[in-house]
Design a protein around this ligand. Structure first.
Ligand code: DX5
Ligand code: ZN
Length: 219
C-alpha cells in the first residue's frame, strides 16, 4: 500500500502560500490537506471555498478537504465545485451520514469519514465499504501544533484489521501531532496517509517533506 504525505496548509505562511506548496510538491507530497473550520463544530474559523478555488489542482496535487463543519451536506456541492478531490466529513457532524456519502459519490469524488479522538472506530463498521478513506484524528480537531494522542495507535490498528478482514483497501489517514519522530509508529499501526502541519511548515519545508519521504521508503 502506498504511503502518502498530506501537508496541512493550516500551518503554512499565507503570504507565500504558493511557494510553500511548491516546496511540498518538490519534496514528493502528493496530497494537499485543506482544513476547513466553521466556528461551530470546532471553535476556530479557518478558510474555505475561495481559497480552495485558488489552490485547486496546484502542481497536480490531490485536494484532500477536511470539513470540520456542522451538517457538511449543505456544502458538499460547493466544495466539489471549488476543486475538492477527496471530501472528508466528520461522523459526529452528520445527521444522515449515508446521505452525505451518497452526495459526495454522486459528484464523482472520493468520500472520507473522519472521527474525533473520543469516537470509537466501531461506529465506522456499517460504512466500511462506503468510503474510500477513513481519517482518524490523533488530536482534538480545531488547532494545529498539538501533541499526538497515543491511544490513536490502537484505533488505527483496529480499523486496519476491520478493513482487512473484509478485503477492503481503503486509505487510512491520520491527522494531528505526527512528526518524523513518531510517524513510523503510525505507519506500523496501519495508516498510509499522513497529515502533517507543523512538522512540514516549521523550519525547512523541503527538508521536512523529504525526511518523511525517506521514512516512507522503508515501507
Ligand atoms: C486540526 C487539523 C490538522 C492540523 C494538523 O484540526 O485537522 O490538520 O492542522 O496539524 P499538526 O500536524 O501541526 O498537528
Ligand atoms: Zn485536518
Amino acid at each position: 500500500m502506498k504511503r502518502i504525505l498530506a501537508p496541512s496548509i493550516l500551518s503554512a505562511d499565507f503570504k507565500v502560500l504558493g511557494e510553500q506548496m511548491q516546496l511540498c510538491a518538490d519534496g514528493g507530497a502528493e496530497y494537499l490537506h485543506f482544513d476547513v473550520m466553521d466556528g461551530m463544530f470546532v471553535p476556530n474559523i479557518s478558510f474555505g471555498i475561495p481559497v480552495l478555488e485558488c489552490v485547486k489542482g496546484f502542481a497536480g496535487m490531490v485536494m484532500d478537504v477536511h470539513l470540520m463543519i456542522q451538517d457538511p451536506i449543505r456544502y458538499v456541492d460547493k466544495f466539489c465545485d471549488a476543486g475538492a478531490d477527496i471530501v472528508n466529513v466528520h461522523y459526529e457532524a452528520c445527521g444522515d451520514l449515508q446521505a452525505v456519502l451518497d452526495k459526495i459519490h454522486g459528484r464523482g469524488r472520493k468520500a472520507g469519514i473522519t472521527i474525533k479522538p473520543a469516537t470509537p472506530v466501531e461506529v465506522l463498521v456499517p460504512y466500511l465499504d462506503q468510503a474510500e478513506l477513513f481519517l482518524i484524528m490523533s488530536v482534538e480537531p480545531g488547532l494545529g501544533g498539538q501533541a499526538f494522542i497515543p491511544s490513536s495507535l490502537d484505533k488505527i490498528r483496529t480499523l486496519r484489521a476491520l478493513l482487512e478482514k473484509r478485503g477492503l483497501h481503503a486509505d487510512l489517514e491520520v491527522d494531528g501531532g505526527v512528526y518524523h519522530s513518531n510517524v513510523r509508529e503510525v505507519l506500523d499501526a496501519g495508516a498510509n496517509v499522513i497529515v502533517s502541519g507543523s512538522s512540514v511548515f516549521r523550519g525547512d519545508i523541503l527538508e521536512n517533506v523529504s525526511g518523511f519521504m525517506e521514512i516512507f521508503k522503508e515501507y
